[in-house]
Design a protein around this ligand. Structure first.
Ligand SMILES: [Zn+2]
Length: 482
């Protein structure tokens, strides 16, 4: 028996997600006002059949529990649990879609139930029924016998004729949240004595795309020797991994076209294109949640997410899906979305979260290597590079200026190409030091040096180097020594 079957909820209590449906149905059962026709609509794995079965068992239960759950002890419940409840019939319309089958079923529904109180017909994938079969069903739904309940389940409600829909009580099943799925996986793991790493649980919950059945099926496949480990899951799934995706985000943020195409071809080696898109979308979703809508990264990340989502169906239909994905990513990188380029590595620095403020990366400052002009307008005042707004800084307040020497700053600056003039101007300066805890003041030797140092890109670069040396945001001011 698969884990999904084994842990299929048997009562309202153990049903995950679908709280509204659970409450509506259990109340109707308790108040004895169930109807003859129900329509359950929702994507796969959201619990339609599970709810239909609990309902079928409950309407026949002779001693309902106070929460409307079947007792699992009365004769009818036991018959149901042991598969002897002949008054509950499940039909898969995908394989029995003909009018003869439905007519036969309706014919038999006229007879009183054999053991239970109601005959319950659960018709799965009801949208697959043929037109004449729907018509035959419609007549019965218009005036169902007192002792009959129909539960029609579908993943595609738009293919169910309106006449049928209007004669049923419709319930829309919501997709099950990742956290609900993860919770269920942890529960099953505990029951089964499986040691599951948390990363693997969350990854599987995500991959299942809101369906519990797929989640449990995947979960079962990944157990090796009573364990589920991150490395095994990554391997089996052919994932490119988070580090790789971070690098891709960085390349897009910095408009590094060479890197983007390098990473794309690497993707093909490591993963399947559509799998990669799934992984990328899930990564971007996490990043958007992480940075928040007011962050400087948000415009790019949301554009990235939307573009890749929109390309998904095209990629799937394309003979060369990776090409569709590659061009989509390139369009995001060089697209019209006005945004601030940023460096992901610094954004994700685990201990010091200072980089959420508006900063400019090297690539944003001037022309990129591809000759694409990038807006480098500084949003801050011309004389001062502002530190990030105070509310985004999550470091404890500091009272001492950082102890960074000019020599350290110079050697850091030299790591950047084309910084020679800047370095010279800085070395010429008779005085350059922190004037307070977050301001670095450079007194330029003369007006020429001052003009070199005052350029927005120079001050940004100095500010960035200082930040990486002292671990906090730094403003840079330039004055001419008199
Ligand atoms: Zn019972």
């Amino acid at each position: 028996m698969s884990l999904y079957q084994k842990y299929r909820p048997q009562n309202w209590d153990s049903l995950y997600g679908q709280r509204f449906i659970r409450e509506a149905l259990s109340n109707a059962l308790l108040e004895n006002r169930t109807v003859g026709g129900y329509l359950f609509y929702g994507s796969r794995g959201t619990g339609k059949t599970t709810v239909a079965r609990i309902f079928a068992k409950a309407v026949n239960c002779t001693s309902l529990k106070p929460d409307g759950s079947p007792c699992d002890e009365c004769e009818n419940c036991r018959a149901f649990l042991e598969g002897r409840m002949i008054d509950v019939v499940e039909i898969d319309a995908a394989s029995n879609n003909g009018v003869d089958h439905i007519r036969d079923l309706i014919e038999r529904s006229r007879f009183q139930p054999t053991v239970g109180r109601y005959k319950v017909y659960i018709v799965d994938e009801v949208h697959m029924l043929s037109r004449p079969a729907f018509n035959a069903l419609l007549k019965t739904l218009e005036e169902p016998p007192e002792h009959v309940k129909f539960v029609l389940a579908t993943t595609d409600v738009h293919k169910v004729p309106e006449t049928i829909v209007s004669r049923t009580q419709r319930y829309d099943f919501r997709r099950i949240s990742e956290s609900d799925i993860a919770e269920r996986l942890r529960f099953v793991a505990k029951k089964e004595g499986i040691e599951a790493e948390e990363w693997a649980v969350l990854r599987i919950a995500k991959l299942a795309r809101w369906g519990l059945r797929d989640a449990l099926t995947l979960f079962e496949q990944f157990v090796i020797g009573g364990k589920i480990t991150q490395s095994y899951v990554e391997n089996r799934l052919g994932l490119v991994g988070e580090e790789f995706l971070r690098e891709l985000e960085r390349a897009v943020a910095l408009r590094d076209s060479q890197k983007i195409f390098e990473l794309s071809s690497e993707t093909l080696r490591r993963s399947d294109p559509m799998k990669f898109v799934d992984e990328l979308l899930s990564y971007l979703r996490d990043r958007i949640v992480e940075v928040g809508v007011r962050s400087p990264e948000f415009p790019l990340l949301s554009d990235f997410f939307e573009s890749v989502s929109a390309a998904y169906p095209r990629a799937r239909m394309s003979p060369d899906p990776m090409f569709v994905i590659e061009t989509t990513i390139a369009k995001v990188a060089f697209g019209p979305v006005a945004r601030i380029a940023y460096d992901v590595a610094e954004v994700q620095s685990p201990s010091i979260k200072v980089s959420a403020g508006p900063r400019f990366s090297r690539a944003a400052r001037a022309e990129t290597g591809d000759g694409v002009s990038v807006k480098s307008e500084d949003r801050t005042s011309p004389t001062e590079i502002a530190a990030p707004p105070p509310e985004t800084i999550e470091i404890p307040p500091v009272s001492e200026p950082p102890s960074v020497s000019v020599a350290e700053l110079v050697s850091k600056l030299r790591e950047t190409p084309r910084s020679a003039a800047l370095v010279q101007a800085l070395k010429n300066a008779p005085k350059s030091a922190f004037s307070d805890v977050s301001t670095f003041l450079v007194s330029a030797k003369n007006s020429f040096d001052s003009s070199v140092l005052s350029k927005p890109e120079s001050r940004t670069l100095i500010s960035e180097c200082l930040q990486s040396l002292c671990g906090r945001p730094v403003s840079v001011k330039v004055e001419t020594a008199s």
